[in-house]
Design a binder for this molecule. Structure first.
Ligand code: NAP
Length: 302
């Protein structure tokens, strides 16, 4: 027989964990379903400078661990599994977890987002051999070596700054002549002697036999080769919304539409954080959305 909960939270990033703290504290029977590591993208961010209460910054993994113990102290249960589908049967949601299912009276989807691919030759073949989507995870492998960072958003700039602590040279490759990321990062990059920027440039191929050796790049109409040891790709993210494909077919692989209480068109089904439409995609906003959804879920359940 399936285990039955008041509230199932899918995903354990800052949004999911905050929902679990609020719902556990409200005495609901809560589970948090996670397929990888607790903390989501936050858990692999080395230095978070804009989370209130930490004027010297905070390590994302440490913050995730603290949130997790707070969740546990309020009684929520963690289930390590891949939630693949949600169905609604009468008043209950049935969530498929591989070879078993669980039931819940309400569900919060907090599955976050995944890095978008560049979709160029060599990217898949050399993944893990010089192609990376996570500076925090892989920067130490590139000590005193030359790396490229693709993208001009906050993630690319933040990660380029982090990589410059290890690499001998960091080249940001951006497709336009203006960065999208926050001014505070742009100012730090301007002052960092290890970082240079190639403007109006795109990567057309990643080259190398067993590991990355060079990039084919195109600036305006000129194609050239850039010798490099590693390439870090930060060209945005795609929402991990596959779990609602069947129950909310109109989502169709994009972000999940919710109202101001974070509730979808299906009563009792909520979405928070990077997976929901129009989120600011910050740790702080995910935390707020998680609290909102948990309180709205409590209201819905009562
Ligand atoms: P993003 O803001 O969407 O930026 C993606 C970057 O990649 C853009 O500069 C974009 O260029 C470029 N790009 C997209 N597709 C490309 C392609 N095919 N080839 C080359 N370049 C491509 O994504 P993000 O940086 O991951 O940030 C996502 C969200 O998280 C944002 O809301 C951001 O503010 C937030 N975030 C915040 C922080 C923080 O510290 N506050 C840290 C990380 C992320 P264009 O500029 O030309 O579009």
């Amino acid at each position: 027989m399936s285990q039955k909960y008041d509230l199932a939270i899918i995903g354990s990033g800052p949004g999911g964990l905050t929902s679990a703290i609020y719902a556990g504290r409200a005495d609901l029977k809560v589970c948090v379903i996670e397929k990888m590591a607790v903390g989501g993208q936050m858990g692999i961010t080395m230095d978070i400078a804009n989370y209130p209460g930490f004027p010297d910054g905070v390590d994302g993994h440490a913050l995730a661990e603290k949130m997790k113990s707070q969740v546990e102290s309020f009684g929520a249960e963690f289930i390590m599994a891949d939630a693949t589908e949600i169905k609604k049967e009468q008043d209950l949601f049935v969530i498929s977890l591989g070879d078993k299912t669980i039931e819940a009276r309400a569900v919060i989807v907090a599955t976050g987002s995944a890095p978008r691919k560049l979709e160029v030759e060599g990217e898949e073949r050399l993944r893990g051999r010089g192609v990376s989507y996570c500076g925090t995870c892989d920067a130490p492998f590139f000590r005193n070596r030359k790396v490229a960072v693709v993208g001009g958003g906050d993630t690319a700039l933040k990660e380029a700054l982090y990589l410059s602590k290890f690499a001998s040279e960091v080249t940001i490759i951006h497709r336009r002549d203006e960065l999208r990321g926050e001014k505070i990062y742009r100012n730090q990059i301007d002052k960092n002697e290890k970082i240079n920027i190639l403007w109006n440039t795109v990567v057309t191929a990643i080259n190398g036999e067993k590991a990355v050796e060079s990039l084919s790049i195109k600036t305006k109409d000129e194609v050239s080769q850039l010798p490099i040891d590693g390439i870090f790709i930060f060209v945005g993210t795609t929402p991990n919304s596959q779990v609602v494909d069947k129950i909310l077919p109109e989502t169709n692989g994009s972000e999940i539409k919710v109202d101001t209480n974070m509730m979808t068109d299906i009563p009792g089904l909520f979405a928070v954080g990077d997976v929901r439409k129009n989120s600011y995609r910050q740790i702080t906003t995910a935390v707020g959305e998680g609290a909102t959804a948990a309180m709205a879920a409590e209201h819905y359940l009562s």
